[in-house]
Design a binder for this molecule. Structure first.
Ligand code: GTP
Ligand code: SPV
Ligand code: MN
Length: 603
């Protein structure tokens, strides 16, 4: 068939009558082009309505893409099982396709745009034969906001469509925002043959385009999330003077009734969702402490007319880690995922409810594991995938902030960086100033987790938790961070925390989760000038008596162990930072080199 015939036979004719109002000419033309390439049997144009969601859910269940969970215990909840080769982000298959390699920088994989398009056209050609192409318009950010971004994702995965319906403002609302402009991110996605050797997640920032092939997993396939809101977003932030960050946003209300907003950058599976939804320990709740969630994964931050840094969450859902989530660690998450949620790669109990390692209830005598195999506690393997996830609307979180839907965002008083470090890094330290804080963030290291494919538990540098998500040269990114200071009056204070330091027996020194509010209390006290600190070589640290340990089963000695500075270990830490400095070479801002020299001399 010639191109013209394919268009007629496969897309235009079959679908012309079903295109709902609202899709403009630019969108229609682009969808046609992509349908010509991918050759789906049919095209479904999403409107984002409840009726559509119900019908697509029904279809997904009938095709076994979703398994209906026990609707009495878990109303509106479904289970999805991934292809076992496709359960996490694949950073080695992720590319920034800019005209020059230098603009992607040494920490990103790079492909020339023409080469990437050519190779991917080969992959996409005919990839949707026998399948439906769904046209998914979506909005990242708030309607009417100047920062909001519109995307249209074309995908052959119903799981992706239904997940995008939770994670983004999807359907008509996005089309209304778009009007007759052609300024939407062109997101093309196909699971293809789901072959790890033919998997590519390619970003074309100059073309406002993302092409993702060969994976159905969250961060690889829900293109509004990491691909648009972080990689394309950070690129735009650099051009336009704002920041797209891998950060949670939360409000902390103290017993005076004052709410202070903070953001926090922690690498994947290192505690953003848990901190953002934190439940105060009973003694602090009784005193009037309260927290509210604005976002758990992505923050867009801009400087307002008064020189204040403001943050907003462009997402509308959570795509959170399941294992370890229970009524003790994170009751708000449990509540958020109790209904209308999609569970990915958890275990299925005989009564049709979900189970996972770290669930409130003990392991069932028997169940079906995440791969669909029979499982018992003696199977010698986990029932759920360590990176199993829930997808749920933000509005179901009981701690949701009333300001989550406010397009102007919230003013940020503190920025918190943190990694998963069993050694060396203290529980909390405050940077001396913005530049020192940027250095602490830039040098952040973390032990790798199951959220990305590859070895877990090895320390790698993950600057500002953005190593996998920065859409341009990391050196230019640091320079952009440093340059923000002159426009900020005053800049937020910057802190580094580590909930994961262990003792000589490998036990966590700090209880974490809700108890982290005790550290937030000190952070707030610092922001409001209510408490002194001790000057140490690595930054300002709390006097032990200034951390509220009331009602906590850890003694001062253990707290001090969590705060200890081992100078020898720090010198080693600095030598391992060298790798990143060498990698970034001349792109590394000299201010950060200078901060490192200063720290060395203080040690
Ligand atoms: P992404 O969604 O991958 O970006 O991750 P995230 O940063 O939102 O991580 P999340 O909050 O889901 O935490 C992931 C893992 O860290 C879970 O297994 C939690 O149980 C564990 N965790 C979170 N907070 C703490 C803490 O304060 N202490 C300890 N020990 N573990 C924690
Ligand atoms: C992460 O890996 O940081 C996540 C999950 O938040 S994903 O959306 O897959 O990137
Ligand atoms: Mn994340």
């Amino acid at each position: 068939m010639k191109r013209h015939d394919i268009l007629d036979a496969r897309s235009t004719m079959k679908t012309a009558t079903t295109i709902p109002a609202g899709f403009n000419e630019h969108a229609r033309r682009w969808v046609e082009e992509c349908a010509t390439l991918c050759q789906p049997d049919s095209v479904h144009w999403c409107d984002g309505s409840n009726e559509e969601r119900a019908e697509l859910t029904r279809q997904a269940a009938s095709q076994s893409i979703l398994i209906e969970l026990n609707q009495t215990a878990m109303p509106g909840c479904y289970l999805h099982r991934s292809n076992p080769n496709d359960t996490a982000r694949t950073e080695h298959c992720t590319f920034i396709c800019t005209p020059t390699k230098a603009s992607a920088g040494p920490t990103n994989n790079w492909m020339a745009p023409a080469d990437a398009y050519q190779m991917l056209r080969g992959c996409f050609a005919g990839s949707m034969r026998g399948r439906t192409m769904y046209v998914v318009p979506f909005l990242m950010g708030h309607p009417g906001s100047p920062l909001a971004k519109i995307g249209i994702e074309l995908t052959d995965s119903l799981y992706v469509v239904l997940s995008m319906g939770i994670m983004t403002r999807m359907g008509r609302i996005a089309l209304e925002e778009l009007g007759d402009r052609d300024t939407f991110t062109r997101c093309l996605h196909s699971v293809g043959e789901c072959d790890p050797n033919r998997r590519y997640i390619c970003h074309f920032p100059q073309d406002n385009t993302i092409w993702s092939y060969g994976s159905g997993y969250g961060g690889n396939a829900l293109l509004g999330k990491k691909c648009l809101s972080l990689r394309i977003g950070s690129y735009l932030g650099h051009e336009e003077g704002w920041l797209a960050e891998h950060m949670l946003i939360m409000g902390v209300t103290d017993p005076r009734g004052q709410t202070t907003y903070v953001t926090g950058a922690f690498p994947s599976a290192c505690g953003k969702t848990n901190l953002a939804m934190l439940t105060p320990p009973p003694s602090m709740a009784a005193d009037g402490w309260k927290i509210e969630t604005l976002g758990d994964d992505i923050a867009w931050m801009y400087i307002d007319g008064h020189g204040h840094l403001r943050a907003l969450n462009p997402e509308a859902g959570y795509f959170g880690v399941v294992p370890g989530t229970n009524r003790t660690t994170n009751p708000n998450a449990i509540e958020a995922m109790a209904r209308n949620a999609i569970y990915t790669n958890v275990a299925l109990r005989p009564d049709g409810t979900a189970w996972w390692e770290g669930h409130d209830e003990p392991a069932p005598a028997q169940c079906t594991d995440w791969t669909g195999q029979p499982w018992t506690p003696n199977s010698g393997r986990k029932a759920t995938h360590p990176n199993s996830r829930f997808t749920a609307p933000v509005t179901q979180n009981p701690a949701i902030s009333p300001l989550w839907d406010d397009p102007s965002g919230v003013p940020i008083s503190a920025i918190i960086f943190g990694g998963r470090r069993s050694k060396t890094l203290p529980l909390v330290v405050e940077a001396f100033n913005w530049t020192h804080g940027a250095y602490l963030g830039a040098m952040m290291g973390s032990e790798t987790t199951a959220a990305a494919s590859g070895q877990t538990g090895v320390v790698r540098r993950d600057p500002m938790a953005m190593l996998p998500f920065c859409g341009y040269n990391m050196g230019a990114y640091f320079a952009h961070w440093l340059s923000m200071q002159k426009r900020l009056a005053p800049p937020p204070r910057i802190f580094h925390v580590n909930w994961f330091r262990t003792d000589e027996h490998g036990k966590f020194l700090w209880p974490g989760f809700g108890e982290n509010l005790r550290i937030l209390q000190w952070i707030l006290d610092r922001c409001h000038g209510r408490v002194d600190a001790v000057k140490t070589p690595i930054g300002w640290m709390p006097q032990p008596e200034d951390i509220n340990l009331d009602g906590l089963e850890i003694d001062r000695a253990r707290f001090e162990q969590a705060q200890a500075i081992d100078r020898e270990a720090w010198r080693k830490e600095l030598s391992t930072q060298e790798e990143l400095f060498v990698k970034l070479g001349g792109d590394m801002p000299k201010e950060l080199l200078f901060e490192r020299e200063l720290l060395l001399s203080r040690l």
